[in-house]
Design a protein around this ligand. Structure first.
Ligand code: HXC
Length: 257
């Protein structure tokens, strides 16, 4: 657990990962993203963790990729560095991930929040893709994920202007699940995470997988995929326990097997 740029706290089967470069508003340097991926994959395989929460230390979630680090890069260096392979791995995490966002979530910080399954925002949260203002554009999924979420017309407006979106606007656009008072952000996120941690983990896992397919697949292919996952759950002990508990009129006890 020797991480330089993140901190981790595990309680009640919830791993809380905190971005930890507050002096630069958690600007995402490449090593921080590497650590984040390592930590997420580690918790993804850990039976004692059921939900992963991602948050930022200090006054921001993350103000984007580290501009100092990339300012003098050239295209070929970037191609050979292949840093986005790490971001691709974030999208493969199987357990539920929740971003708890306060303050700025800009550029890569916004992309990181959009990589998570759910997004809880403080009233103080501000989202934007300001890349255009420094002569670039999003590189870690921003143009794709934002467009899938809010549609082409609105996505272009935000991506072209780089303007800041309030938590309320993000909520109205369907980007954010909940907007809460700043002092309650972590509490509310943890309350939801605890609820999620009590759901049968295999159902939660296969639902996530199927919902993600809905974004890429046609409805027909997506439904074939859903069906297989539905069948698969009938090999689990939790399916037997869940249905038996219903019939016996008692509370089920789920074990994730
Ligand atoms: C490096 C950053 C940074 C960043 C802030 N800092 N954002 N350093 N990269 N992205 C540093 C500042 O330089 C400063 O360091 C310290 O954090 C505090 O920031 P201030 O600017 O003093 O704070 P404030 O006046 O409140 O302004 C906050 C801000 C501004 C509006 C967020 O910092 C800002 O515009 N940051 C850049 C946002 C941005 O363009 N993000 C997109 C990056 S491109 P010092 O040492 O001066 O105290 C991107 C591409 C993604 O994300 C590609 C995929 C990974």
């Amino acid at each position: 657990n020797d991480f330089q740029y993140i901190r981790i706290n595990i309680e009640e089967q919830i791993a809380v990962i905190e971005l930890n470069r507050p002096h630069v508003l958690n600007a995402l340097n490449r090593n921080m993203v590497m650590e984040l991926v390592q930590a997420m994959e580690m918790h993804d395989r850990d039976d004692d963790v059921r939900v992963i929460v991602l948050t930022g230390r200090g006054r921001a979630f993350a103000a984007g990729a580290d501009i100092d680090e990339m300012a003098s890069d050239d295209s070929i260096t970037l191609e050979l560095l292949n840093q986005f392979a790490d971001w691709d791995r974030l999208a493969l995490i199987k357990k539920p991930t929740i971003a708890a966002v306060h303050g700025f979530a800009l550029g890569g910080g916004f992309e990181l929040a959009l990589c998570c399954d759910l997004l809880f925002a403080s009233e103080t949260a501000e989202f934007a893709f300001p890349e255009v203002n420094i002569g670039v554009m999003p590189g870690a999924g921003g143009t794709q994920r934002l467009t899938k979420l809010i549609g082409k017309t609105k996505a272009l407006e935000w991506l072209w202007t780089g303007e800041r979106m309030s938590a309320k606007e993000a909520y109205e656009l369907g980007i954010v699940n909940r907007v809460v008072a700043p002092e309650l952000l972590l509490e509310e996120t943890m309350r939801f995470a605890r609820k999620l941690a009590k759901q049968p983990p295999l159902s939660v896992r296969f639902i996530k997988e199927a919902v993600h397919k809905a974004v890429d697949y046609s409805i027909y292919e997506g439904m074939q995929f859903e069906r297989k996952n539905f069948y698969l759950l009938f090999s689990s002990e939790d399916q037997k326990e869940g249905m038996r508990a219903f019939i016996e009129k008692r509370k089920p006890h789920f074990q994730g097997r």
